[in-house]
Design a protein around this ligand. Structure first.
Ligand code: HAM
Length: 418
């Protein structure tokens, strides 16, 4: 039996990779405009990095990590997300010594042992950005504006931005107490997971998808009513900056994130088009994380988007790359002329295809159609000796005569609409 890929691990085939390039290039463009630089970190890290950052009581650490013991008896894990590794590198290489403000972006595969379905995979790809060293809400607003700008640049008005504040170590414990005492009364209605998480992670109940839990928590106290003065001011300023830049958003006080490191601002880009996998991008502030991982007390904020989910939202666009010109030949005698012309055109950056197998003219033209070439040209004995040929615009059959030289073909491609 033929071998297949591991469940939840996908091949990105050429029909799809054009879309991925477009997403990646747009992210690079928008992030670099905002002063972010790329960082590349390993896909494998010590398991402890994730348990100490994402949190032991989270779904990711409890049940979704690809963790194994290597030949040296070390427990290592395929990264389930990017922030922890980037912050580990930030601390390990003392990037903060030069400047505590680092603006870093990354892209690459992440691994979570989740139940695969549309938009949810075991190997998936994130494009993320993190900014360290700024407590001011201006950083929150810049990150949110940058994420919004990315979606605008790729041409999506969906998804929409939802924001919340989860408070800080000063005010969140109080909120937890108040939420717990509310939930205590509803214990009977909660699912097994929420009952189990009641002590360590009661906030998760607020975004549990089980209908009974959603019903039970309908009147739950809001985290926004429990923010301390500092967190309240911070959140108000984030909103003011978003208003100043006309960035659309809504407040969702029930948004809790699946990772423990968040403080204050959290956010998600949400779509209605992908069923239950509604978060296309998500992130927030993590003011305690760097210190928690053994670094200095430096705050941070960032996000990651799911590349597969963004790609799913772009499926109605065609990203296949097309040849500028297809060169067909009448017979064997013209193949040298055609090959030399193709070679010269490729060297000057014009995408050319020709027939590899010496097929009939009819089948060469079929291939030109199949490849969706913008132009085609047929070189026969006359064309080879005169150095001139008729170039056909494939979309409408319009023909123009031009010299078989790089310069003339460049002019033709630039002046006639493709
Ligand atoms: P996250 O919410 O766990 O946050 O993941 C971010 C995004 O990754 C999600 O919104 C989703 O689009 C995508 N994603 C997550 N799991 C899967 C999956 N199994 N299949 C496909 N896509 C998935 C983080 O990972 C944080 N590190 C984000 C962050 C950066 N916070 C601060 N900085």
């Amino acid at each position: 039996m033929a071998l297949t890929a591991v469940k939840g691990f996908n091949d990105i085939l050429p029909v799809e990779s054009g879309r991925w390039h477009f997403i990646e290039q747009t992210a690079r463009k928008v992030f670099e405009l905002n002063g972010f630089e790329e960082i590349r970190v390993p896909v494998l890290e010590k398991t402890e990095l994730f348990s100490r950052s994402i949190g032991d009581a989270t779904d990711i650490v409890e049940k979704e990590m690809y963790t194994f013991t290597d030949k040296g008896e070390n427990s290592i894990t395929l990264r389930p997300e990017g922030t922890a590794g980037v912050m580990r590198a930030f601390i390990e290489h003392k990037l903060y010594a030069q400047d505590p403000i680092a603006k870093l972006y990354y892209m690459g595969p992440m691994f979570r042992y989740e139940r695969p379905q549309k938009g949810r995979y075991r190997q998936f790809h994130q494009i993320g950005a993190e900014i360290t060293g700024v407590t001011d809400p201006l950083a929150d607003a810049q990150v949110l504006n940058m994420l919004t700008a990315f979606f605008r640049e790729i041409g999506l008005t969906e998804p929409t931005l939802q924001i919340n504040s989860l408070g800080c170590p000063e005010c969140r414990p109080e909120y937890r107490v108040s939420l717990r005492s509310f939930l205590e009364e509803k214990m009977g209605q909660l699912c097994d997971d929420c009952r189990r998480r009641f002590a360590a992670n009661p906030l998760r109940t607020l975004d549990c998808k089980v209908p009974g839990c959603a019903e039970a928590t309908a009147g739950a106290p809001s985290v926004l009513d429990h923010l301390c003065g500092g967190c309240n001011d911070h959140f108000a300023t984030v909103r003011r900056y978003l208003d100043l830049s006309a960035t659309p958003y809504s407040i969702n006080s029930r948004m809790v994130r699946g990772l423990d490191y968040y403080t204050r601002t959290t956010f998600e880009m949400v779509t209605m088009l992908l069923g239950s996998q509604s978060a296309v991008a998500a992130g927030g502030r993590y003011d305690g994380l760097i210190a928690q991982l053994g670094g200095p007390a430096i705050p941070g904020i960032g996000f990651a988007m799911g590349l597969e989910r963004v790609a799913l939202l772009l499926t109605n666009q065609d990203f296949a790359s097309r040849p500028d010109l297809f060169i067909a030949t009448m017979g064997e005698g013209e193949r040298d002329v055609a090959f030399s012309l193709m070679d010269a055109l490729l060297k000057s950056g014009i995408r050319v295809e020709m027939d590899y197998e010496g097929k009939s003219l009819k089948s060469q033209m079929r291939r030109a159609d199949k490849l969706k070439a913008y132009y085609s040209v047929v070189i026969g004995g006359n064309e080879a000796s005169s150095g001139k040929a008729a170039f056909k615009r494939m979309a409408d059959g319009f023909q123009t005569e031009a010299l078989l030289t790089v310069a003339a073909i460049q002019v033709l491609l630039n002046t006639t609409e493709q």
